[in-house]
Design a protein around this ligand. Structure first.
Ligand code: MN
Length: 259
């Protein structure tokens, strides 16, 4: 397969090169990743400054460091850097679980979504915790997942969001297909004062206080020490809400003004 590998942690991140080591044998892997950490930028794209891709060698492999976001990297790779469309886009391995509401903020997930929007199968892969103990076994699992995608395909406009628990690999209990959870973490703004007595804020969230009872959601699967795989679709339409909204019978009635 021709695989585009990217992330939101920057081209030097350990998780990206663990994936490269797992995917490169037998596949044609091209790395196009942000030139610095872009965690939490979501699906942002760069419109007000030029994009540049610097070719560089990392760990004996070639890569392109882009001064843009993860979504920029996928666009630039597909439209310019690669010789044609890749068969698969893999984004990760991101330290920090991308479950529940995090999916909305994640640059890792956005890179996979960007691929899926263009009809390219994609995987976003993350590990719980900020300093995961071992990237190699999860990377190896992602390679097997990539092989399954090659065999079964994915529906257009969808991608897989996979999360690994941060426990020794031997303690991982299994693999569960899950749904995205929606519970919001306990969020806070930590207010401090600068030397001129002006307030500034650090925002954060207490992940430990996040609980949802449903065993099928992504966060619960991780707490159960299993690998979580959620199929995600790009279409954000609320199909249940379509009928209800039509019943509002919204029409123009001449009160809007205009000519
Ligand atoms: Mn990240």
């Amino acid at each position: 397969m021709r695989i585009l590998l990217t992330n939101d942690d920057g081209i030097h991140a350990q998780g990206l090169w663990a994936l490269h080591a797992a995917l490169a044998p037998g596949h044609e892997v091209t790395v196009v990743a942000p030139d610095r950490e872009r965690t939490g930028v979501g699906h942002a794209i760069t419109l007000h400054q030029p994009l540049r891709a610097a070719s560089l060698a990392v760990n004996g492999a070639e890569g392109y460091a882009v001064n843009g976001t993860p979504a920029d990297c996928v666009k630039l790779a597909v439209l310019e850097i690669l010789d044609g469309r890749p068969d698969l886009v893999v984004s990760g391995l991101n330290p920090g679980a991308n479950v529940g509401v995090n999916i909305n903020y994640s640059g890792t997930v956005a890179a996979a979504r960007e691929a899926a929007l263009g009809g390219i199968p994609a995987i976003a892969a993350s590990i719980e915790g900020h300093a995961p103990r071992d990237f190699a076994p999860p990377a190896s699992f992602v390679r097997r997942l990539a092989d399954r995608i090659a065999a079964h395909g994915l529906l257009p406009g969808t991608f897989l969001n996979v999360n690994f628990p941060d426990v020794p690999w031997k303690e991982v209990r299994g693999v569960r297909v899950s749904r995205q959870g929606l519970s919001v973490f306990k969020e806070y703004m930590e207010k401090r004062l600068d030397p001129r007595n002006r307030p500034y804020y650090w925002q954060g969230a207490d992940m430990q206080r996040f609980r949802e009872d449903d065993p099928e959601i992504d966060g619960s699967v991780l707490r159960g020490r299993c690998v979580s795989i959620t199929p995600i679709r790009c279409d954000m339409t609320d199909y249940d809400g379509l009928g209800r909204l039509k019943e509002w019978n919204l029409e123009l009635n001449g009160s809007e003004g205009g000519t």
